[in-house]
Design a protein around this ligand. Sequence first.
Ligand code: 0O2
Length: 194
Amino acid sequence: MSIYGNHASELERIKEQLLADIQEIRGHMTAELGMDPIEHLLGRVKSEESMREKCRRKGLPETEESALQAIYDAIGIRVVCAFLDDVYTIRDRLASLPYCAVAEEKDYIRHAKPNGYRSYHLILRVKDCYFAEIQLRTISMDTWAALEHHLKYKKNVQGNIRLIEQELKRCADELAATDASMQTIRDMMQETDV
Ligand code: 0O2
């Protein structure tokens, strides 16, 4: 029996609906900005195995209730943007989708995690009974998170772990400064377009 009970196909449908709505938002923003704001877009329903692993990690029973009500990322969407401002614009448009309500949000961009992780996490309550976690970030943040994730799960990392962590944090901060500069350059270019 699936940990999602008989909700697995509805989770897939909601994921597809969210992806279609993000594509629509993307189309409107492309017309407004004169450029595509999204570098890439991914969606997944968390696999049975990783949902069970997450239940165990959080000390929750491996039940439908845990998977659908206590854990918020059975549906996960990642939106990767070139520019910082677009992350916040897409956040606002998603928050006003008629069948969604904002359940929780974590702005790890303005308030980075101590290790340097940056991303905007928007938890949506969908159709009053499901949750979806939308991670919005820039290309730089996405590159950093992928590398950090790889290192975290790599077995037997050799070398000075403390130094590796410090270097990763330094890279995250440098990338954040570059994101801010790139945004400033775009703003300057838009001013000269007027
Ligand atoms: P997966 O396999 O990516 O789904 P939560 O664990 O969601 O219940 P928490 O810790 O408050 O509770 O959530 P948070 O901090 O919002 O993080 C949720 C997800 O963000 C993680 O999912 C990761 O995908 C990503 N994330 C958070 N912190 C980091 C980090 O330091 N490095 C990287 N690379 N990713 C991070 P899962 O469930 O851990 O894994």
